[in-house]
Design a binder for this molecule. Sequence first.
Ligand SMILES: Nc1ncnc2c1ncn2[C@@H]1O[C@H](COP(=O)(O)OP(=O)(O)OP(=O)(O)O)[C@@H](O)[C@H]1O
Length: 546
Amino acid sequence: MSNSGEQDDKSNNAPVVDELKAEKSAEEDVLREGIFTVHYPICKPLLCEVSLTPTELVFEEYDESGYESDCDALQERFPIEDIYGLHIVKMQLEEPSLPSVYLCIIFYTSALESDDNRKRVSRILEISQSKESYLGNLDLAKEWSLDFEHLLKAKFPNLHSAPTGKSPSSSQTIEDIFTSLKTSGKKGDEGKNDNRCTTPSKIDLEFCSGTFALVRSILFSRQLLVIVNPVSGQGKGENLYKEQISAVFEDCGIIAHVITTEYSGHASAFISTANLKKFDGIVAVGGDGLVNELVNGLRTRNDSQETSHIPLGVIATGSGNGLARSIAFFYGESQGYKNNPVLYSALAVARGCVSPVNLTEVSLDGKNSYSVLSTGWGLVSDIDIESEVLRPVGEVRFVLWSFVRLANYRRYKAELSYVPSDDNGHINSRITTNDEFVCVYSACQSHIGSDLLFAREAKPFDNTIHLTIVPGSTSRISAACFLYKLMTGGGEHVENEPVKYIKVKEFTIRSEGGIQGALTVDGEKVHGEQITVKLCDAPLYVFCME
Ligand SMILES: Nc1ncnc2c1ncn2[C@@H]1O[C@H](COP(=O)(O)OP(=O)(O)OP(=O)(O)O)[C@@H](O)[C@H]1O
């Protein structure tokens, strides 16, 4: 703040660096640079040279003598793709003589860490190059913001590819936002009558004990409908939302409308009639069961043609989280997900890229529904359902119950028929067998749980049902090997004789008098004599990292 005078002559529009620095800039392909006072959450503000390259934002402590900083000087480099929030903030008690504009940049990054864990880092650039004109400073903030926007858009081409043709992110561009800030009148009136102007948030509380107030969140700000399942996982869904996820959303400029479910089926009932017009996306804070409810609710609506295109976010607070894990696996972010599934999936929602994902249509004794992940019968489903009694221990319940189930080994009789497809998606003729089975399990995704790699070849939208058959001839030892490899391996469980792995377009299990053993759709138990699972033409659209 006190540096506004000095900075005037050093703005990015003016020749702020000496020849030496200009050379260095050219070498590093600097797109934009300037000298700013940078405010930090806890330490004192620092005068920094801030430069933007196509890949990084670099903060370098600036020596006012004009020479390059010594080697002890602070230097921080943040990858552009680690920017998740961009906000205009202002002084709460602004002195008229200081028409500064503050640009708050929020990163979720591992750039300052020695490990791969992403941490929240915020930096506030004080833009006071124009000594008298708030609007002049706003213009400069806009120039920087537009550069961030262009770089991020170039980096993430899926960002605006929602199939409705409507952007999944804000319908306003940064240009619109700055125009509205300028036309909103004199300094201090910014954002009035504007429903995207969020209330002062954590951002200002965190900086300098409430010295700053949020004016506008820009850059991919969205309105999301968030459905929280409080009993998901170990019953921590609601707390995780309040303590971690909401803070990430606030950082990223997301306006969340939160509904907490009160009973099983609530999410489905609510979403089947809710007014969804103003939302850019719907977020499930829970497991695959909650996603299943939301998809089924959305697809029973009268306007389902439109609503089935609304992107869905999946924040992994369930005990399985197969869908969230599969999406992360496909986009090569397995480690990021494993380090912190909740943070990773919240950031994927905030990033706002959209990926199509296969769904299946399930017909159970003639009653139709949709499955987002898996349909199973026998051993694996038995373990999933029966281990519910161990839910408080988390995902390890699957391992523990495997011992119980193997000690009491079961085979079930039914007719299984399926329509195989080859690697090019060509359909072969239907095969039908009437036999005993230990397990039949199918998924459209790679993972059926956070640590359960089921079909390593599976891609989110490969138009394939990946079917694994464990025939009745499988010995208890072989079944133990199958389970061990499923729970620990890289997908080798299907290489265990006589287990079969087949790509299919549809399959049916039928047993007169009722299918014995646990039959599950997305991990939830169902009952019936005949179940048919086939690929659904209209995919689901899910928020992802890129
Ligand atoms: N408030 C609630 N009370 C009781 N059950 C609920 C409530 N909200 C949702 N449910 C049900 O809880 C079940 C499990 O939910 P969810 O999938 O979110 O968590 P999970 O089972 O821990 O995760 P996963 O399915 O990934 O293993 C779903 O069938 C859902 O219908």
